[in-house]
Design a protein around this ligand. Structure first.
Ligand SMILES: *Cc1c(COP(=O)(O)O)cnc(C)c1O
Ligand code: SF4
Length: 346
């Protein structure tokens, strides 16, 4: 069952002994008129208390409509070919769905997600695939949305079959939050289908976990099934105020991810999206998180911290200042413990 309205939410919260005032319920209702609410019973079950990191990701807050700053589409993803963004030389992003298992309150594509009317049509996707066919420089196609795993297995299969006919595609990636927010969506049928298309081009999946409490026996099993279908898994997270914005949380999350076969890939500074300002903290917190990981835990648990440049400049990495290269070529460095070192040829 999906939780999509305030009365369902109220009833289920009361079962957890969480009681909201009439005013609070009205506020949630007001927000859902602009930005729909949706969460699976599974994800809801992870809430322990009001305003905890799980709650903050899925329960609407009045700040979403009260704070006006930000843009609807700060990354300028909308362009001539609907649902396709070709920003980098050799890869492109194709939005094939605008439904998700959950509508994350901080979503970058808040403008789109949940609006069935704006769901990409079969024809629009075919057109986008036509563009990819004509652009031989594209070797990597990222399927995103919304959530591609919320499409029917048949629809997703059709898209994979069509893409696989294009010789110059070497890699297909799927971005999905389903293993985290709706693990039951990772069915045997889905995995059997993906397994048929897992090589040539190589299929990768990037999942999306934000907090250690999201690593549960169910989400772990969903990831394992995808791994068993021969698909390597990466993770993308966003630094979110009220959810995860400290290095201890990420140390735990990323260790847990590695232990279930998921390699942390990107850590994003949030995009400046309208309705999400209450999640956005200073950029230096992201740098601090990386500093708290590098050297302190497995290198494999350290993602790239990036800002997706507003206006469509692409992802730009940010790193803690570990080293200075002097004119002579000598490098003055500090290690993860803050100890100084030098590297010099002579
Ligand atoms: C993130 C993104 C990609 C993929 O970038 P990688 O650094 O290769 O993961 C491609 N196209 C667009 C528009 C993107 O936003
Ligand atoms: S699953 Fe992804 S696309 Fe869907 S609402 Fe959450 S962040 Fe946005």
């Amino acid at each position: 069952m999906l939780i999509t309205n305030v009365s369902q939410l109220k009833t289920l919260l009361e079962k957890k002994n969480i009681f909201l005032s009439v005013e609070e319920l009205n506020e949630i209702e007001e927000v859902t008129k602009k930005y729909p609410m949706r969460m699976s019973e599974y994800y809801f079950s992870l809430i322990k208390e009001k305003n905890d990191p799980i709650w903050n990701q899925c329960v609407p807050k009045i700040e979403e409509i009260e704070i006006e700053s930000g843009e609807e589409d700060p990354l300028h993803e909308e362009n001539q070919i609907p649902f396709l963004t070709h920003r980098y030389p050799d890869r492109c992003l194709l939005l094939i769905s605008n439904t998700c298992g959950m509508y994350c309150r901080f979503c970058t594509r808040k403008r789109k997600v949940g609006e069935i009317k704006k769901n990409p049509t079969k024809k629009a996707i075919e057109k986008a695939i036509e563009y990819i066919k004509e652009h031989k420089e594209i070797r990597d196609v990222i399927l995103s949305g919304g959530d591609p795993l919320l499409l029917s297995v048949e629809t997703l299969e059709r898209i994979l079959i069509d893409l696989r006919k294009i010789d110059h595609i070497e890699v297909i990636r799927i971005g999905t939050r389903a293993p985290c927010t709706m693990p039951e969506r990772v069915t045997d049928k889905l995995c059997e289908t993906l397994k048929k298309y897992n090589r040539n081009p190589m299929l990768y999946i990037n999942v999306h976990f934000e907090h250690p409490d999201e690593i549960t026996p169910k989400s772990k099993a969903a990831c394992e099934k995808l791994l068993d279908a021969g698909i390597p898994l990466g993770n993308q997270s966003v630094v979110l105020k009220g959810v995860n914005s400290n290095s201890e949380t990420f140390k735990e999350l990323n260790r847990k991810l590695l232990s279930i076969g998921v390699k942390p890939y990107y850590l994003y500074q949030p995009d400046l999206v309208k309705g999400t300002k209450h999640f956005i903290g200073p950029v230096k917190e992201g740098i601090k998180i990386i500093k708290g990981l590098r050297g302190h835990t497995s290198g494999m648990a350290v993602p790239h911290f990036v800002i997706d440049a507003p206006g469509g400049g692409g992802k730009i990495p940010l790193l803690p200042n570990y080293a200075k290269i002097q004119k002579s070529g000598k490098v003055k460095m500090k290690n993860y413990e803050g100890k100084s070192f030098e590297y010099s040829l002579d």
